[in-house]
Write a protein that binds this ligand. Structure first.
Ligand SMILES: Nc1ncnc2c1ncn2[C@@H]1O[C@H](COP(=O)(O)OP(=O)(O)OP(=O)(O)O)[C@@H](O)[C@H]1O
Length: 646
């Protein structure tokens, strides 16, 4: 199969929703319409882009911006051929108009009795009309085709971006990534526009003009062509030399966007620390660097244009003088003089326009290259080449001699072994930095382990598709992220095809229906950026409802109730109890009393399990858990400790 066709097919497949196997409904779990997350077929799992097939294609273009552009041009081949055809014909008509003019003048100069005046007139008018109409045909088709290309590009880049690991995102500013996607699509649009309207027309015009000039004076045509080509080559070469300057500008511009988004998304912190002026200075610094880079880029272009203007003035003067001398020696008719002048100008202006357009084009291609270079990085956590869907089971989780370190950091987990039976509720406790969150991350395969294996129902999670792995796991995180969308859309994120009845049922169990209905627009209320218009407790209950709708056999909880009043805590605790029914649960808890109803407590220290047993068993014998309990005892008397939900 052709490589590009394969790329397209795969991209289409990833968009269209794959039929990967989903786990069955957890038998003992509460019924939310009798459907497991396995029924969620319309959701486009971003993990699907981890397909190594897809990776093998799009990342090939990382260093080949023009090949990348051509790939999308081929997707709309017919439209681009129509555009090219109409531009070529339009330019040919436009240049031939000058020949038509010469014909008319030659006939007219024979006197009023000359034959064929109206025929020459008709030819000239026909050429002018065709010239104008053909441009419009090209413009009409381009208005659709070029815009489609920009849409395809952004959509594919997003798909690729979404397949990167958390490490990729933690090392980059979201604003920079977003701005690079936009920059890529803008650069492609500009490249297509410049090529179609500013590069191809002068090339064709110059070629046709030279052919026509040959009919008057072949030597003159050859000389003009040679000089023009030499000049265009010189300008283009100089333009290419400026590429690093233009790329520097593109990098700085993306940097400013990244800084702005980072600061704006942390505006509450900026205010809390009275750091507005500090941030202003920082942004001003970044803008200053971008301005310097932009100035250098523009001045470089201006120098090139100046050079071309000077050369053009000299060559035009030479050409005109040559024509006058020919006329003086009776070697040229008045019509020939008109033709020499107009074709000479066509060639000179054509090469000038071409050189300028090529300069612009190299700048657009440089921007495109810069953006692709940073976006088309290979996924660092692709699905295994022979990955198959995780076969749904009851949710048996095993960590087998797991060794793990974050990049350039000392080991976080050392030979960790943990066996969690299906349906077991396990609380992970231990000092800050012990590695509890890392355990949850590794189970979701946010990173690959460096030693040992993580297994679900006897299957190594590094060997299964990430989409099927995510389907097995529901997460209630500590920091609950909501989209700036309606409450309903946020709830349905877990299962877009959930019926209204299922959503209502989940919100009732999660104790959030009452407060949602009290919101100004009920379920259609926008929750604000990351959910700021809701309280912490309300966001947590929404997250629980979302997890209920997902209905996965494994549930990860990370410290959910830390900042709540007693009433909210009780509501959330009750909701969590329902959510945990019939699932394998791994919960991170700092406040130990929330784990009293759990089957098992695992105490971690420096990446290892140092104690393991039932809450009562561990509480009743000397050991790290009892020490932790005693440390928390005074706190427990004042405030009822609660589970921290993931
Ligand atoms: N993305 C990351 N990159 C590099 N190091 C990390 C990353 N995440 C965590 N760490 C480091 O790994 C160690 C374990 O962190 P982890 O978050 O797993 O601990 P924890 O027991 O969950 O702590 P806490 O209870 O404070 O949340 C810490 O030293 C932390 O600095």
């Amino acid at each position: 199969m052709h490589r590009h066709a394969a790329f397209r097919k795969r991209a289409d497949r990833t968009r269209g929703g794959r039929g990967h196997q989903r786990h069955p409904v957890v038998p003992d779990s509460p019924d939310f319409g009798g459907r497991g997350s396995g029924d969620r077929t319309s959701d486009e799992s971003p993990e699907t882009v981890n397909s190594t097939e897809h990776l093998g294609q799009i990342t090939n273009y990382r260093k080949r911006p023009l090949a990348f552009l051509l790939h999308y041009v081929r997707r709309h081949r017919t439209a681009h051929l129509v555009i090219l055809g109409s531009v070529l014909l339009a330019v040919i008509c436009s240049v031939c108009t000058q020949y038509g003019l010469k014909g008319l003048i030659d006939v007219i100069s024979q006197g009023p009795a000359a034959q064929g005046v109206w025929a020459a007139f008709a030819v000239l008018c026909g050429l002018i009309a065709a010239d104008n109409m053909l441009w419009r045909v090209g413009g009409w088709v381009a208005a659709r085709a070029f815009v489609r290309v920009t849409g395809d590009v952004r959509s594919d880049l997003f798909l690729h971006l979404a397949g990167h690991s958390p490490t990729y995102f933690s090392e980059r500013l979201p604003g920079t990534l977003a701005s690079r996607i936009t920059a890529t699509s803008n650069a492609i649009f500009q490249t297509e526009n410049t090529s179609t309207w500013n590069v191809i027309p002068p090339i064709v015009a110059v070629c046709v003009a030279v052919v026509l000039l040959t009919t008057v004076n072949p030597v003159m045509a050859g000389a003009v062509m040679a000089v023009s080509l030499a000049m265009a080559a010189l300008i283009f070469r100089l333009a290419r030399n400026g590429t690093p300057i233009h790329r520097e500008f593109a990098t700085r511009a993306a940097g400013v966007d990244g800084e702005l988004v980072d600061i704006i998304s942390n505006m509450s912190v900026v205010r809390a620390f009275g750091a507005t002026m500090r941030e202003h200075q920082r942004v001003t610094g970044a803008i200053g660097e971008e301005m310097t880079a932009r100035r250098r880029s523009l001045i470089y272009l201006e120098k090139l244009r100046l050079l071309h203007a000077v050369l053009t003035a000299f060559i035009t003067a030479g050409l005109l003088a040559w024509g006058v001398v020919m006329w003086q020696h009776g070697l040229a008719t008045p019509g020939d003089m008109v033709l020499i002048c107009s074709l000479g100008f066509t060639i000179l202006h054509g090469t000038r326009d071409l050189a300028v357009a090529l300069v612009d084009l190299t700048q657009h291609v440089a921007r495109l290259g810069e953006a692709l270079d940073s976006l088309l990085v290979e996924h660092d956590l692709p699905d295994h080449a022979n990955a198959s869907a995780l076969k749904a089971g009851p949710g048996h989780v095993t960590f087998e001699n797991v060794h793990f370190a974050y990049p350039s950091r000392p080991a976080v987990l050392n030979d960790l072994t943990l066996d969690i039976q299906p349906g077991q509720r396990v609380g992970l406790v231990g000092a800050s930095g012990a590695g509890k969150s890392t355990v949850l991350s590794l189970l979701q395969r946010f990173h690959d382990v460096q030693g040992g294996r993580v297994m679900i129902d006897g299957q190594d999670i590094s060997q299964v598709t990430q989409a099927s792995l995510r389907d097995m796991i529901a997460v209630v995180p500590q920091d609950i992220s909501l989209f700036h969308r309606t409450v309903m859309e946020n709830l349905r994120y877990a299962r877009p095809d959930a019926t209204e009845e299922e959503v209502l049922k989940a919100t009732e169990i999660a104790r959030c229906r009452d407060f949602i209905e009290a919101l100004p627009d009920g379920f259609n209320t926008m929750v604000g950026n990351r959910g700021v218009k809701l309280s912490g407790g309300q966001r947590q209950r929404l997250a629980i409802a979302r997890a209920l709708l997902k209905n996965a056999p494994i549930l990860l909880l990370d410290e959910a109730t830390s900042a709540l009043d007693t009433e909210s805590e009780q509501a959330i605790q009750a909701a969590l109890d329902t959510l945990m029914e019939g699932r394998t649960v791994i919960a991170i808890a700092h406040r130990l009393s929330t784990l009293q109803n759990f089957d098992r407590i695992v105490v971690m220290k420096a990446g290892q399990v140092i104690d393991d047993g039932t809450p009562e068993g561990l509480a009743n014998r000397p050991g790290p858990y009892r020490d932790l309990l005693r440390k928390q005892a005074p706190v427990a008397e004042e405030t009822r400790p609660v589970l921290r939900v993931a």
